[in-house]
Design a binder for this molecule. Structure first.
Ligand SMILES: [Zn+2]
Length: 602
């Protein structure tokens, strides 16, 4: 199996045409040679193992060839070409700047440049890893690079272009080498396999190409190793085994369990993977990559970025359809965090298992917090509850007048207040018999003295608070009032409490702001509370519309700009607090209570 060990060298391209995946560079170079427009200094940039040195060698050979072909390639037959192919040419110098980066090394090279080539046209100097040169070495080199003798050609190669100083960059013709694509690598490997009588299926070569990350040298050395390991019989599973790569099938299974929220199965699967000798970090990274591929497969436009074994593509696209983007992105986030924590974690297995637990409950968490999901799930609007409680109109003067204008059924109310004079008449009849119209009816006839309006006993007020909801279902658009709203809100909280609804604290802690006659804002403390309230929106909405007799009602739930602000004390009010508040606003109420010696009904 000796022959395989050298396939990287054995199959090193000998002409520009056989360089894999860099046609944009080889074509330009060929044209430049043909048209005798060769620059004197080149900078080859790009990742390792993509063909920089190979291209430099081919360039050196081609420009020294005695009988170049019409296409601008070296003939590989003349003496010069032979000496290049044997590595004995005197016109080719390679300096590895990684290990020879001192001023002396460069001076030596510069001295050599002065000698005219013994045979052939050009002397080619390749400085590999040129970014490693010290700045003094750079400076020593600059002069030669600026005014080289006509027979000298410099090819600087680097993996880190950004480290090259501008004075060098400006003197070089720059070529950017690309990473070799997986498809190109697979094709190249296939060609070698057929020449070497190696049996290898497509998926195995694909895995090798993927693992080599665009570096042909790595791909070839991996191929060599696996060939000797499997006696030239490569297949998907022995390739995975050799490369210590976890089969994608495991990730598909894991994803299924996560989507089904089957934690037990996920943990058992991880245990199985672990027993096979794959450590947690590999699983975290591999699974993150898998999810990235799922995200990519979600959109057909970017599905081209999917670099997976061809036979798996269908499966990726199918799985991607089952998982929401929200789940995938969040999962990616969780995995990324776990990967960061992995190195410092003391109990690595626990870390991975915790991550799996999080992933399994991810879907649930997202459903809980997503307002959209919450609402669509509860499309069935429950029939409105029989509301026990209705809001009351505030008793400011305007309202009192309005009240007075309404059809009076309250002629026998006990207490009559003359609002024009502020005098109070003594109660004339017994309390209690009276009922206020639940709401002023704008269209109703006014029969009472507009100067007088009535206040009823406190328990009457209470009744009105409590027993009013059943009447006005007709189309009405009463302008929104803060007090009514607040009371309706409090009532709704009570309904939530009765139903043991977890949204209660969110409702209790938020503030209501009336914006205009039809709309108000609910100011919540944070996103979570906002979502809890939003989740109730449908029911809350019909409740409030009904309670406030306002069909045009609208509201927004927003998050407070100032979360540090203590939003408490506004809601909910106890009965005595309610009274106190009302009394503050309408002092007559308190007087009424005091004069009649009434007590609040707790
Ligand atoms: Zn030749």
């Amino acid at each position: 199996m000796d022959k395989f060990i050298v396939s990287a060298r054995k199959y090193r391209p000998q002409t520009f045409d056989t360089v894999v995946g860099q046609s944009h560079i080889t074509t330009t170079l060929k044209n430049a040679i043909r048209n005798h427009q060769l620059a004197h200094a080149f900078l080859f940039c790009g990742p390792r193992g993509v063909g920089k040195t190979t291209c430099a060698r081919i360039l050196a050979k081609t420009i020294n060839c005695e009988h170049p072909t019409k296409e601008g390639e070296a003939c590989n037959k003349c003496n010069s070409c032979k000496s290049f192919n044997e590595g004995t040419s005197l016109n080719y110098f390679e300096l590895d700047a990684a290990s020879n980066n001192s001023v002396d090394d460069i001076r030596e090279l510069v001295n050599q440049v002065r000698f005219v080539p013994q045979s052939g046209q050009y002397k080619v100097y390749v400085i590999d890893e040129v970014h490693m040169l010290t700045s003094n070495a750079f400076n020593a080199f600059l002069k030669t690079l600026e005014e080289p003798p006509p027979y000298a050609i410099f090819i600087l190669a680097t993996t880190e272009k950004h480290k090259i100083i501008p004075t060098i960059l400006s003197r070089c013709q720059i070529f950017d080498f690309k990473r070799i694509t997986i498809d190109d690598t697979v094709e190249h490997l296939k060609a070698i396999c057929s020449k070497e009588d190696i049996t290898a299926d497509d998926p195995s070569l694909h895995v090798i190409a993927q693992k080599s990350e665009g570096c042909m040298r790595d791909a070839l050395s991996i191929l060599d190793k696996i060939v000797s390991f499997t006696n030239g019989q490569l297949n998907y599973s022995n390739t995975l085994e050799h490369l210590n790569i976890l089969d994608d099938d495991y990730y598909f299974k894991l994803m299924d369990y996560i989507l089904q929220q089957d934690l037990a199965a996920a943990l058992l699967l991880y245990d199985e993977i672990n027993r096979k000798g794959f450590d947690g970090e590999l699983v975290l990274i591999g699974f993150a990559e898998f999810i990235r591929n799922l995200l990519v497969s979600k959109d057909e436009k970017v599905a081209g970025l999917l670099e997976v074994v061809e036979s798996f593509k269908e499966k990726y696209i199918k799985t991607a359809k089952n998982a929401s983007a929200a789940v995938l992105v969040s999962a990616l986030n969780i995995l990324n965090q776990a990967e960061l924590n992995y190195k410092v974690s003391r109990n690595k297995r626990l870390l991975v298992e915790l991550t799996l637990i999080k992933l399994c409950y991810l879907q649930q968490a997202i459903e809980l917090t997503s307002e959209g999901g919450g609402i669509t799930k509860k499309k069935v609007v429950e029939t409105p509850l029989a509301f026990r409680i209705a809001a009351i109109k505030p008793f400011n003067k305007k309202e009192e007048n309005k009240l007075a204008k309404t059809k009076s059924r309250t002629s026998d109310a006990k207490l009559i207040v003359d609002t024009t004079t502020g005098k109070k008449n003594k109660p004339e009849k017994s309390l209690v018999t009276e009922e206020l119209p639940s709401y002023p009816q704008p269209q109703s006839n006014s029969t009472t003295n507009p100067a007088n309006s009535r206040l009823v006993a406190l328990d009457k007020l209470r009744d009105q608070f409590r027993n009013n909801g059943d009447n006005s279902n007709d189309k009405m658009n009463h302008p929104l009032q803060a007090e009514q709203l607040q009371m309706a809100w409090t009532d709704y909280i009570q309904i939530l409490k009765d139903a043991k609804n977890p949204a209660v604290p969110s409702f209790e802690r938020s503030i209501l702001r009336v914006k205009d006659a039809e709309s108000f804002e609910v100011v919540s403390n944070n996103n979570l509370e906002q979502k809890f309230i939003e989740k109730e929106r449908n029911k809350l909405f019909s409740f409030l519309k009904h309670q406030l007799h306002n069909n045009l009602l609208r509201f927004n739930v927003i998050v407070s700009d100032n979360p540090s602000e203590q939003i408490t004390g506004e809601v909910p009010l106890t009965i005595s607090q309610q009274f106190q508040k009302m009394a503050e606003q309408y002092p007559l109420l308190k007087e009424l209570k005091d004069r009649l010696g009434l007590e609040l009904d707790y």
